[in-house]
Design a protein around this ligand. Sequence first.
Ligand SMILES: [Zn+2]
Length: 531
Amino acid sequence: MARERLYLFDTTLRDGAQTNGVDFTLADKLAIAAMLDELGIDYVEGGYPGANPTDTEFFSERRHLRGKFTAFGMTRRPGRSASNDPGLAMLLDAQADAICFVAKSWDYHVKVALETTCEENIASIRDSVRAAKQKGREVLLDCEHFFDGYKANPEFALACAKAAYDEGARWVVLCDTNGGTLPHEVEKIVGDVVKLIPGDHVGIHAHNDTEQAVANSFAAVRAGARQIQGTLNGLGERCGNANLVSIIPTLKLKPEFADKFDIGVSDAALKKLAYASHALDERLNRAPNRHAPYVGDSAFATKAGIHASAIMKDPATYEHVAPEGIGNKRKVLVSEQAGKSNVLAELERVGIKADKDDPRVSRLLDIVKERETIGYAYESADASFELLARRTLGAVPAYFDVTQFDVTVEQRYNAVGERVTVAMAVVKVKVGDQDTISAAEGNGPVNALDQALRKDLGKYQKYIEGLSLTDFRVRILNSGTEAVTRVLIESEDENGERWTTVGVSANIIDASFQALMDSIVFKLVRSGAPV
Ligand SMILES: [Zn+2]
């Protein structure tokens, strides 16, 4: 059976930029656009030329993408002609392959928000599509509030969509702008629309306010729509947009869709999806969602002993798809409930050979249990577990020794009379026969300690050059009689490889020091640094 082409439209750089706390620079936009293009996204929407200097600059020159570089903007304003609307002129002049217009399709909004007539709204759609076609652009129309509009006045909502299609718009995109429509409603309404406009000209743009944006996108496809709009990691205003990172693997790996549709994302590109998802979070300076479907750290993680032993026999027993296809990894967690099979599975995953009858395996299990009672969390700190395992079963070289450290925090007036708090750390390190002393300032005591520790590791320095700390999480635990602090540190190297380490102590500096040390030693082990 011939497969149909299904198109993907990414709006991370426009709708995704509406996310609270997200502010893309031009460099961010260029990097993300390149990443989306590499994935094989058909349309990369860059922003709203004229709305702000970054977007205007982004569209000031031709960006060469395999996909279609798309500008977003409003249809001509009511009461103006297309040739006498500065906003529209800017959009038409933008260096883009395609233009995505947004227009109202709910009569209530036309009257209340736009303060114009339904006829004028439709005329504005026709004029704008025509003007963009004349400029040689591919045209899309986002019908704002389409589903609410359709429920209130189906004739008018359809007339807006039809006007754009008749005028030559390549796509008419039905937007669930409030994000409140449910999948069965989407399927029914899209089914009605495709009786009037062929499905291969109909798109879906879903927001996630009932956490069903992904489901709504698939409901629309089932009803005949052939373009899905969404964002990386579901970025977007309020609860976000449809998450392309969840949509893409479902389209590629689930027979329901994979047997019927081709998309622009190749199998090879799919293997980079987890990386792309994490790279976006990295750029936004936030920790990736461990529980994200397909790409999260926990997406293929198993905890209970009985599941772990079955997974060892055949992964298909507890996995809906193979993690490698999306660039993720299988993980068997070590925890308080861990049985020996868990430990063995985890050892195998990190590449340590062990015999199940080896008494050291039982000893490792005992140590893990004992340390977890005092607050260590090895299921979150894979790298610390690996080091512990290597130390128990074989040997982790004593690359270097921190013989002493000192951290001070001082509050004082600076040269311009402002009160500032400065942290300073001094670290004495012994590498072989060589003693070094390093000092560093930081914006806090842990930061200063980290800077000083990584300043001069002698012959090991070159192995840790690309190391950076990407996340630092502190939690106060009440274990037994006294409160202790657990610190989790997430690190990353020059290849984008990430790992997490843990430290526990009554003293936060000490807990941080343990986690920092594990992170550095882990990197040396991974790099095969010589003793
Ligand atoms: Zn939107």
